[in-house]
Design a protein around this ligand. Structure first.
Ligand code: ADP
Ligand code: MG
Length: 465
């Protein structure tokens, strides 16, 4: 039992008792091309008195980890231990709040809340009393007899909270509970929950919450655990030693947010997000980028060009947190564009700051035709999948079906990932005038830029194709 650093100067300091733990936890899903590893080697302890945030980018396995901790899905290998006992089946000490509320529309608020108690064998009157108490606690009094469709999103999520809290779980689990709500409603609910937590009225001993929102994690958690996009040990663990209520404007708050942005960016050199575990034929040689070891970030040209221009206007550099604020972007939208700029050599991330390179600055300042040329050069250098499409088209003298490339990628990615990879490659290659794409027959055709491009056979022996 490796004692983590206890979390911070909260009014409810963690008292150190380990409630729930993941030990060497691994989990894969069955995919079309083989097993898709999502989690590997995860060690994590949840202690009484703490709020732990699981932070990571889309697809990093946050929900999977939370579901394993809740016993809703079994661990692949390793174990989940609740109060010293390995879990088999649902965790009896946890209750879950979902992003989408998951209410039954034909039941009233009170009946929805009572559902949480169904398995407990309480008498009807006891159930009703407990539900009303939870309804009061969470600010739903007056709505007990309402149906979900009569409620606003914020009120519906309160029902989600009441249904989880009514069972007084040891650990309240929440999977992005605020992300379906508008900004103000979300902020209001966060504040109310934290007040309840601080006041000691909260009928749970620990909270584990999933979020992709860095500020939300720093606002709420005692400890922020960052999951890697690639299956592997936790990328980082941050204690948040700030007293509550926390001030988003405080320098210490901003510093933590910036550090987390730094951790969340940083392009992987090796196989990218959730790449299939099986090494492909080209995966051996270190360094040489291939479509298998260099997944393209999901970012369209418009977005990344716009981001480069905004950076140029800021004097070629900007804090990522400020960019997200200014543009009203979520991390999951912003970071793929940042990845794309980095991959193409147009920008670098340093600490929590994004800096335009001279190439990026040239790209941002050029007129449309020049910017297309600069982009074409960068893409052919850095995006192996685009290069593969171009070289394949050159060899076939003209035209190829998308299915051809889907087959080539099938050993390395899941079906969904393949669609994403091709979508990005198509967007980039079209903009760069390397090829055209006809969505009807799903057909690629060489364009001027692609026809004029000369492969350098000795160095860049074309990837399998
Ligand atoms: P996050 O919550 O961080 O966005 P998830 O845990 O939902 O990530 O998913 C992690 C990865 O596992 C993703 O690539 C996702 O597509 C895949 N995945 C999640 N659930 C399943 C499932 N039931 N079957 C197959 N793949 C899944
Ligand atoms: Mg999720």
């Amino acid at each position: 039992m490796d004692p983590d650093t206890a979390g911070g100067a909260s009014a409810r300091p963690a008292d150190g008792e380990v409630l729930l733990a993941a030990r060497a936890l691994a989990k894969s899903y069955a995919g079309t091309g083989g097993e898709l590893p999502v989690l590997a080697g995860i060690d994590l302890e949840i202690r009484t008195g703490e709020i732990v945030a699981l932070l990571g980018r889309s697809g990093s396995g946050k929900s999977t980890l939370l579901r394993c901790l809740a016993g809703l899905i079994p661990a692949g290998s390793g174990s989940v231990v609740y109060r010293g006992e390995p879990l088999s089946g649902a965790n009896p000490g946890s209750a879950m709040v979902f992003q989408t509320f998951a209410l039954l529309p034909w039941l009233t608020v009170q009946q929805n809340v009572e559902l949480g108690l169904e398995a407990r064998g309480l008498r009807r009157a006891e159930r009703a009393a407990a539900a009303l108490q939870a309804i009061d606690l969470i600010g739903l009094d007056g709505f007990a007899s309402a149906y979900p469709k009569e409620l606003s999103g914020g009120m519906r999520q309160r029902v989600g909270f009441a249904r989880a809290l009514v069972v007084e779980p040891d650990v309240l689990m929440m999977d992005e509970p605020f992300s379906a709500l508008d900004v103000l409603t979300a902020e209001n609910l966060r504040g109310e929950l934290l007040e309840l937590w601080e006041s000691g009225q909260f009928p749970t001993r620990a909270v584990v919450m999933v979020t992709h929102n860095i500020e939300e994690a720093v606002l709420m958690a005692d400890r922020v655990v960052v999951l890697d996009a690639r299956p592997g040990p936790l990328k980082a663990v941050f204690d948040i030693p700030l007293a509550r209520p926390r001030d988003r404007g405080a320098p210490a708050f901003g510093a933590l947010v910036d550090r987390l942005y730094g951790v969340m960016t940083g392009r992987a050199q090796e196989p990218g997000p959730a790449l299939l575990g099986r090494p492909g034929p080209q995966a051996g040689g270190p360094g040489r980028p291939t479509p298998a070891n260099t997944p393209l970030p999901q970012a369209g040209v418009d977005g990344l060009a716009g981001l480069a221009e905004i950076l140029a206007r800021h004097g070629d550099r900007c804090e990522l947190a400020d960019l997200a604020d200014e543009l009203g972007l979520e991390v999951d939208d912003l970071l793929p564009m940042v990845d794309a700029l980095e991959l193409l050599g147009f920008a670098v991330v340093h600490g929590g700051e994004l800096l335009l390179t001279p190439e990026g600055s040239g790209f941002a300042d050029a007129d449309v035709q020049d910017s297309k040329k600069i982009f074409a050069g960068a893409v052919l250098d850095a995006a192996p999948l685009v290069r593969l499409i171009v070289t394949s088209l050159q060899r076939r003298e003209g035209t190829l079906r998308a299915g051809f490339f889907r087959d080539l990628l099938a050993h390395h990615y899941t079906g969904e990932q393949i669609a994403q990879q091709l979508e990005t490659a198509t967007d980039w290659g079209r903009y760069a005038a390397l090829f055209t794409y006809d969505a009807g027959p799903e057909q690629y055709t060489l364009d001027e830029g692609g026809a004029a491009w000369h492969v350098r056979p000795p160095r860049a022996a074309a990837p399998a194709g």
